[in-house]
Design a protein around this ligand. Structure first.
Ligand SMILES: Nc1ncnc2c1ncn2[C@@H]1O[C@H](COP(=O)(O)OP(=O)(O)OP(=O)(O)O)[C@@H](O)[C@H]1O
Ligand SMILES: [Mg+2]
Length: 248
């Protein structure tokens, strides 16, 4: 089983939108997929109509409840969900108590390898114990980056953090998200990506009201958007790049 995380220090950049669309595309591409919503905001859970499992995260982390009990079916074939639980806002504190603290998430994912080919982690915007766990567990950490200097700076901060913490910076694979080619700065940064975007994916997810509609439709874009929609095509391209990188 391969693990893909959608993470960035910066909030509101399209992590959850990408996690949900990629999970749907993977599942419809015959890759049995589990999406784990690790953000207490529960955006990905909302899109998939997921209600949190009754089991408490704490008892799963302590080993007294099997992690499989957290899994809920999604409305789609090949796709299951672990919905966010509001106690996830304390996930950092909970993880800190597990030994060794960086490997708790990787250990929790192990039992899923028989049932799923891919786990996608939708992550909250932070650099924390949870982020250390995510970087340890993931094969690829895909980071959506809006083509602006502040977003690029946040990406640099993540890279610096990974180096300082010896957390395999090579796992970090950025891609442009919410790109608006009518803006000259966006165009320039897309056409001449700065060094921090090296190792990035080529797909560029455009700014699109069709993506925003996911909140209203409570569904991945492929369910309601026309097949030639540019944002949907960008997610499809991104999925193919990730699929190849993960050797799925
Ligand atoms: N490509 C896009 N075009 C237009 N709107 C987008 C796009 N991607 C995401 N959005 C919208 O921007 C908002 C933030 O997106 P999303 O929740 O995916 O970001 P996030 O990085 O997961 O945020 P957070 O850090 O809060 O978890 C949402 O309202 C979403 O609908
Ligand atoms: Mg999110």
């Amino acid at each position: 089983m391969k693990t893909l995380a959608l993470h960035n220090l910066k909030g509101g950049v399209g992590k959850s939108a990408a996690a949900v669309n990629l999970a749907y595309l993977a599942a419809s591409n015959d890759v049995p997929t589990l999406l784990w919503d690790l953000d207490s905001q529960g955006a990905a859970s909302w899109y998939f109509h997921g209600e949190p499992a009754a089991e408490k995260t704490k008892s799963v982390l302590s080993g007294s409840t099997p992690v499989g009990r957290l899994v809920k079916p999604s409305p789609y074939r090949n796709l299951d969900l672990i919905p966010a639980d509001f106690t996830y806002r304390y996930l950092d504190i909970m993880l800190k108590k597990v030994e060794p603290p960086r490997e708790a998430l990787a250990r929790l994912l192990k039992p899923f390898s028989e049932q799923y080919a891919l786990t996608i982690l939708d992550c909250p915007p932070s650099l924390s114990y949870l982020a250390d766990n995510i970087f340890t567990a993931a094969d690829i950490v895909a980071a959506p980056v809006v083509p602006t200097f502040l977003s690029l700076r946040a990406l640099e901060q993540v890279q610096d953090y990974l180096r300082a913490e010896k957390l395999e910076p090579r796992k970090l694979r950025p891609f442009y998200s919410m790109a608006d080619r009518r803006r000259s700065l966006h165009r320039e940064l897309i056409e001449q990506p700065p060094p921090v975007m090296a190792r990035g994916f080529a797909a560029v997810v455009p700014y699109s009201s069709m993506v925003e509609r996911m909140g209203e439709r409570r569904a991945p874009m492929a369910v309601y958007a026309p097949s030639e929609d540019p944002a949907l095509l960008a997610y499809a391209e991104l999925w193919l790049e990730i699929k190849a990188a993960l050797k799925l």
